[in-house]
Design a protein around this ligand. Structure first.
Ligand code: SAH
Length: 423
């Protein structure tokens, strides 16, 4: 979502005749887009702002946007008095106001509505992989999570608005659409005639666009994986056989304290249904280790479930206490050294599973999407349907095919090697 927000901010400035610079010292405006899901990123923001202040041109405007801005509010101006603007994730469309009135201080951290989508200029050229936000905020109150506070309550965009953006992206260069939302599969929009649209309706309407070759969505909440959506994996070949569906922990006790309302059985049942719909589907997860009160035996259950589901492309984090969240106040916070040790064990396991899966891909042929040349310029980087990176040696100087059939020839934990298949 932050990558998407950054694009839109860049496009907004582009529409006003500005362009990106290579260094902070050359810039007339500097914008730090921020995330506050974990504490580490938040801590880095203010030291980075201090560095920017000391390197930028004296009259350059600078400010922060995103969730740390929302969280810091007016306090940000106290910490760094030179800041010109502080804008939350739902109000960055107001950025041009500071260009018009550079001598003011602009502060807006409201969460009201989705008006930014109406205010932002249309994208002129869509990236090959285009993110399309369909909902923002979250109504699930996971006890560790700051998102409901920083992005607000869940709100879905109008079906017609989403499809207008998707069609515009398809017409101006998008080949892959990734629908975005903090709780993307909770998407639900009822129009003035009382017709309700779900994520499955968006997928079906996008799959008929000839320019669009691949569709995916992130991130999903397990209990909102409804049958109509699972069925899309059976009926829509453009929907990639890959799904991020975070389990967070393998311990029923920890899940309860996290306020995640599923049992291991009900979660595994959803995976069974997904595999019945699309036998080649692979699942990815997010994991939190060292949640308050997590015992060794709780943690082992997380490692067990990772092995059992064989998650690929997963994310794992040490629990980070966040303001405004219930878990930050829970007893039995886990010491840092234990969190670190558990994370290393889980990461090791996840890497092993990834390497196994990557090796199983050897000799398979997959339709992959080109992301451009690598650093050396001798190879092309492709993305498989499972989001693995695949390195292919360039044969000619001709522009690469955006989509190509690639036979996987070698694999390690981090990436694949492949060659073009002539059809
Ligand atoms: N559904 C949301 C989740 C955002 S946070 C979205 O995609 O926008 C992404 C992941 O960060 C979560 O799935 C969780 O595993 C992790 N996370 C969230 N809060 C955390 C915290 N307080 N400490 C550690 N990890 C956290």
């Amino acid at each position: 979502m932050n990558v998407y927000d950054s694009w839109r901010i860049a496009a907004m400035l582009d529409a006003r005749g500005m362009c990106a610079t290579k260094s902070v010292a050359d810039a007339d405006i500097i914008i730090l887009n921020t995330c506050s899901v974990r504490e580490k990123a938040t801590n880095k923001v203010f030291s980075e702002l201090g560095r920017i202040r000391d390197t930028k041109k004296p009259d350059a405007l600078f400010g922060i946007v995103g969730c740390v801005a929302r969280e810091a509010g007016a306090k940000a101006f106290h910490r760094i008095p030179e800041l010109n603007f502080v804008l939350g994730p739902q109000s960055y469309h107001r950025l041009p106001e500071i260009l018009e009135n550079p001598d003011t201080k602009l502060l807006n951290i409201d969460l009201a509505g989705l008006e930014k989508f109406d205010e932002l200029p249309q994208m002129i050229k869509a990236p090959t992989v285009s993110y399309i936000p369909i909902q923002e905020g979250c109504n699930h109150c996971c006890t560790y999570c700051i998102v409901p506070y920083t992005r607000g309550r869940e709100i879905s965009r109008a079906f017609d608005d989403v499809m207008r953006d998707t069609a515009a992206a398809a017409k101006t260069g998008a080949v892959e659409i990734c629908f975005l939302g903090q709780n993307v599969n909770g998407y639900k929009y009822t129009d003035e005639n009382g017709k309700t649209y779900r994520l499955s309706d968006l997928i079906r309407a996008t799959a008929v666009m000839p320019e669009i070759r691949r569709i995916r969505f992130t991130s999903s909440y397990p209990t909102e994986m409804t049958d109509d959506l699972i069925d899309m994996f059976r009926t829509e070949p453009k929907l990639l056989p890959f799904l991020n569906m975070p389990i967070q922990s393998g311990s029923p006790d920890v899940l309860k304290r996290m306020n995640r309302p599923y049992s291991l059985d009900s979660y595994l049942e959803i995976i069974d249904k997904l595999r019945a719909a699309r036998p080649d589907i692979q699942i990815s997860s997010d994991f939190i280790v060292g949640f308050p009160g997590e015992t060794d035996s709780d943690f082992e259950k997380t490692v067990d479930i990772a092995r059992r589901v064989k998650y690929i492309n997963s994310y794992s984090f040490k629990y980070s206490p966040r303001p405004h969240t219930a878990a930050a106040l829970m007893p039995n916070q886990i010491p840092e050294n234990i969190k670190r040790a558990r994370l290393a064990i889980l990461d090791n396991e996840l890497n092993e599973i990834q390497r196994e899966f990557n090796e199983q891909c050897i000799n398979k042929t997959m339709l992959c999407l080109c992301e451009g040349p690598d650093k050396t310029g001798r190879h092309l980087l492709y993305r498989t349907p499972y989001m693995q990176q695949c390195i292919v040696t360039k044969k000619t100087d001709q522009a690469p095919e955006t989509m190509a059939q690639i036979k996987i020839t070698a694999a390690n934990r981090a990436s694949l090697r492949g060659e073009f298949v002539k059809d």
